[in-house]
Design a binder for this molecule. Structure first.
Ligand code: B12
Ligand code: SF4
Ligand code: SF4
Length: 405
C-alpha cells in the first residue's frame, strides 16, 4: 500500500479506537538529542538514573526495532472535569490531598499499550497481512514528546508538555514503531507566543527557563520519583499535592475548554472514603477517573494499612510509589493544610516502622504547631515521646528541628 493510504488507514483505526490524535514520522535520529544530553549533564534528572542509563537508546528509535520505518505517535486524552474546587478545610473528613489527573483512573501504561496492540491488529486485518511492530509507552527509551512533535501531533510548549491544539495537554503519549511506511504528517508550529502563565504559576519555581524543567524541584518528581526525604525548603511549596501536579497545565489557555475546566462534582462529599470500593470497581480499559481519587482525605491516606494501600493503588499509575512515599506525601500535605484535629493521625504516623514516614510526620506536627500556637503543647508532648524512643539519626534531626520555621 502506498504511504499516504497507509497513514490514512492507521489514522482511521486509531481514531475509532479512541485516540484523540495520531501522527507519523519516519524513523531516524532524534533531532534534539543533544538537548536531552545537556539536560542530564546539568543534573536536572535528579534520582531518575534510568534516564541517563539508556540515553543513547533514546537517540534513535531504530535501536529498539531495527526494521522500523515509521513512528506512529498517538495521544489518549484524560481531560475529565475536575472535582477540585472546594477549599480543603470545608470538606468532611478533614483536609484533602490532590492527585494529578492522569493518575485518577486506570494505569495509562496498560490502557495505551493494549490500544496500540489493538491498532496494529486492526491495521493488519485491513492490510490482509501481518505487520511488524513494537508498542512503546512512557518507560520505553523513546523521547516521546520529540516523536509526537515530529509526527505532527502537536507542539512542545514552554511548560515542556506536548500540546495538541483543540485537545490541550491533558494527554498521554504512546508510539507504534512499525515496518509499514506511512506518509509523514505536517509539523505544528509552537504557539505559546508571549504567554508565560505556566512558568509563573509553578509552585516550586521548577522551570529554569521556558522549555527547561529542573525535575528535582518539580512536585511530580518530589511526590512520585523521589524515594527519600523531600528537601525541607520545598515541603511548604508542595501544598496539598500527594501524587503529581497539574498546575502548569491548569493555567494553560490551551486547556481552557469546558471539558477541561474545573467543575463542581457532587460525588466529592459522598465517595471520599470509598477507597476500596472504588479500586475494586475500576475498569482497566479507560482513563475515566475513579470516584474519590481526585481529592482523597489525608487522614484516610495516612490510615491505609499495607493491604489497603495495595488495593488503593491497584491497576493505576499510583503503583509507581511505595507506601512510605505515600505516607511521606500525606504528612507533608497535612503539615501544609492541617490543624490540631490532625495531630492524632500524625501521632500514628510518628510510630510507623518506616523512618521516612516518621521524619515527615515530625515535620508536619511542627508546622501545624507553628501555624496554630494553641496546639504547641500537644505537639511538643508528641515529639518528646517519640524522641525518647527514636534511634534513626535522620528522624532525630527532624524531631529536633520540628519547630524551626
Ligand atoms: C522523566 C519524565 C518526567 C520527569 C521530568 C519531566 C520533564 N519535563 O522532563 C517528571 C517526573 C518531573 C515528570 C513530570 C510530569 N510528567 Co513526565 N515523563 C517523563 C518521561 C519518562 C521522560 C521525559 C524526558 O525525557 N525528559 C527530559 C527532557 C530534557 O526531555 P523533554 O522535556 O521531552 O525535552 C525535549 C524537548 O522538549 C526538546 N526541547 C528542548 N528545548 C526545547 C526548546 C524548544 C523551543 C522546543 C520546541 C523543544 C525543546 O528537546 C528535549 C530533548 O529531546 C516522559 C516519557 C518519555 N519516555 O518521554 C514522561 C512524560 C513526558 N510525562 C508526562 C506527564 C503526563 C507528566 C506530568 C503531567 C505528570 C503529573 N501530572 O504530575 C508531569 C508534568 C511536568 C512537566 N511540566 O513536564 C507525559 C507528557 C504528555 C504530554 N502531553 O506532554 C509523558 C510523555 C508520559 C506519557 N507517555 O504520556 N515527567
Ligand atoms: S508539574 Fe507542578 S511543580 Fe512540576 S513544573 Fe508543572 S507546575 Fe511546576
Ligand atoms: S501556559 Fe502559556 S506558555 Fe505555558 S504552555 Fe500554555 S500557552 Fe505555553
Amino acid at each position: 500500500m502506498e504511504p499516504t493510504a497507509a497513514a490514512e488507514l492507521f489514522r482511521e483505526e486509531a481514531l475509532s479506537l479512541g485516540f484523540v490524535r495520531v501522527g507519523f514520522t519516519p524513523v531516524g535520529p532524534v533531532e534534539r538529542h543533544d538537548v536531552y544530553q545537556a539536560w542530564l549533564a546539568r543534573g536536572y534528572a535528579g534520582e531518575m538514573g534510568y534516564l541517563a542509563r539508556d540515553a543513547q537508546l533514546r537517540s534513535d528509535p531504530r535501536a529498539l526495532f531495527a526494521g522500523a520505518r515509521t513512528v506512529v505517535t498517538v495521544a489518549l486524552s484524560y481531560a475529565h472535569p475536575d472535582p477540585i474546587d472546594v477549599p480543603a478545610d470545608r470538606l468532611a473528613g478533614g483536609p484533602r490531598g490532590r492527585i494529578a489527573r492522569y493518575a485518577r483512573g486506570a494505569d495509562y501504561h496498560f490502557v495505551l499499550k493494549n490500544q496500540l496492540r489493538a491498532l496494529a491488529a486492526a491495521v493488519a486485518r485491513r492490510l490482509g497481512r501481518a505487520i511488524a511492530f513494537q508498542a512503546c509507552v512512557d518507560t520505553a527509551p523513546v523521547l516521546e514528546r520529540e516523536a509526537a512533535q515530529a509526527g505532527g501531533l502537536g507542539f512542545i510548549a514552554k511548560n515542556t508538555l506536548l500540546i495538541a491544539p483543540g485537545a490541550g495537554s491533558y494527554l498521554v503519549l504512546g508510539e507504534l514503531l512499525t515496518d509499514v511506511e506511512c506518509a509523514p504528517a505536517a509539523a505544528i508550529a509552537p504557539r505559546c507566543g508571549q504567554c508565560r502563565a505556566c512558568l509563573d504559576a509553578c509552585p516550586t519555581g521548577a522551570f529554569v527557563d521556558a522549555y527547561t524543567l529542573d525535575a528535582r524541584r518539580c512536585i511530580s518528581y518530589l511526590t512520585i520519583e523521589l524515594t527519600g526525604a523531600i528537601p525541607r525548603e520545598l515541603r511548604p511549596l508542595v501544598g496539598d499535592h500527594v501524587f503529581g501536579c497539574d498546575v502548569c497545565q491548569e493555567v494553560c489557555p490551551f486547556n481552557a475548554s469546558p471539558s477541561n475546566s474545573t467543575a463542581k462534582n457532587d460525588a466529592i462529599a459522598s465517595n471520599d472514603l470509598a477507597v476500596e470500593d472504588a479500586a475494586a470497581s475500576n475498569s482497566p480499559a479507560t482513563l475515566t477517573p475513579r470516584p474519590g481519587y481526585g481529592r482523597p482525605a489525608l487522614r484516610r491516606l495516612l490510615g491505609l494499612g499495607a493491604a489497603q494501600f495495595r488495593k488503593w493503588q491497584k491497576q493505576s499509575a499510583l503503583r509507581r510509589i511505595h507506601r512510605p512515599q505515600l505516607l511521606r506525601n500525606a504528612c507533608v500535605a497535612l503539615g501544609n493544610t492541617g490543624d490540631g484535629d490532625d495531630l492524632p493521625s500524625l501521632a500514628h504516623a510518628l510510630d510507623e516502622p518506616h523512618a521516612l514516614a516518621r521524619a515527615h510526620a515530625a515535620w508536619a506536627i511542627g508546622r501545624i504547631a507553628l501555624r496554630h500556637p494553641e496546639c504547641r503543647a500537644a505537639a511538643e508532648a508528641l515529639l518528646a515521646a517519640r524522641r525518647a524512643l527514636e534511634e534513626d539519626p535522620a528522624v532525630r534531626a527532624e524531631l529536633d528541628d520540628a519547630f524551626v520555621d
